[in-house]
Design a protein around this ligand. Sequence first.
Ligand code: KIV
Length: 289
Amino acid sequence: MSTTFQLDTATSRANPTPAPMKRLTVPAIRRRKKDGVTAEPIVMLTAYTARQAQLLDAHCDLLLVGDSLGQVIYGLPSSVPVTLDIMAAHGAAVVRGSYHAVVIVDMPFGAYEQSPQQAFESAARLLKETGCAGVKLEGGAAMAETVAFLTARGIPVMGHVGLTPQAVNLLGGYNARGRSDAEADKIVADAKALDDAGAFAIVIEGVVEPIAIAATQAVACPTIGIGGSAQCDGQVLVTEDMCGMFERVPRFVKRYADLAGLISGAAESYAAEVRARTFPGVEQTYQPK
Ligand code: KIV
């Protein structure tokens, strides 16, 4: 059944019908993987706005306010320039638009790498200002101390290994990682280090399939693949990619819609009607009282 929304004009909040399920929790997501098995795969999509969150919420276990919004929303060349202010504003919008999914907000480049204390300040700000349930940060063993520090202080952390887009300047691009034995071993070791440090889940991005499988088998917490393997404990995609907002998408993305075509088609029809002076149609014409 599809969800409809009634606007509460007092709060500007759109209330869904049917009434939403109770919001999932981080421990419930973590418990999905038991003794190395995830019977029910974890569904995660990115969300950047309140309306997008409303539409995705009922279908997802997790909504990720990814710093990919730098490219997707702001037209930036990478996620490197994204700031904590930007993540806080979009995180709050997504929490307002969701009722069921666990909302995780990405820590942007420069907001956590310096020290566990810096990471705590940034993560605490995101939790306070957005109402999100946890944060995601990129990096493996080098971030383990930070993950343990945050977790011990009440902040759930999702890790992110393999292709880590914030390190694009070091990596030299967005190619799949783990093609050499040494790099493959490091990615699996990174995942283990994050798991041992208390990460509740780990995104594995852009790695050759055997590595995604090896990392998934090596850790107790769920792995969430993107360009990894169907054997991961869950999957994530950038919503705009899977909805067909862009002509160019990574090879592992399946397009489920053609939103770009729909939007430009709608704009074309509207422009034609305005130019022909047939818009607005008679039934929509504003009638002053
Ligand atoms: O920023 C993002 O959207 C992400 C996902 C692609 C995992 O990190």
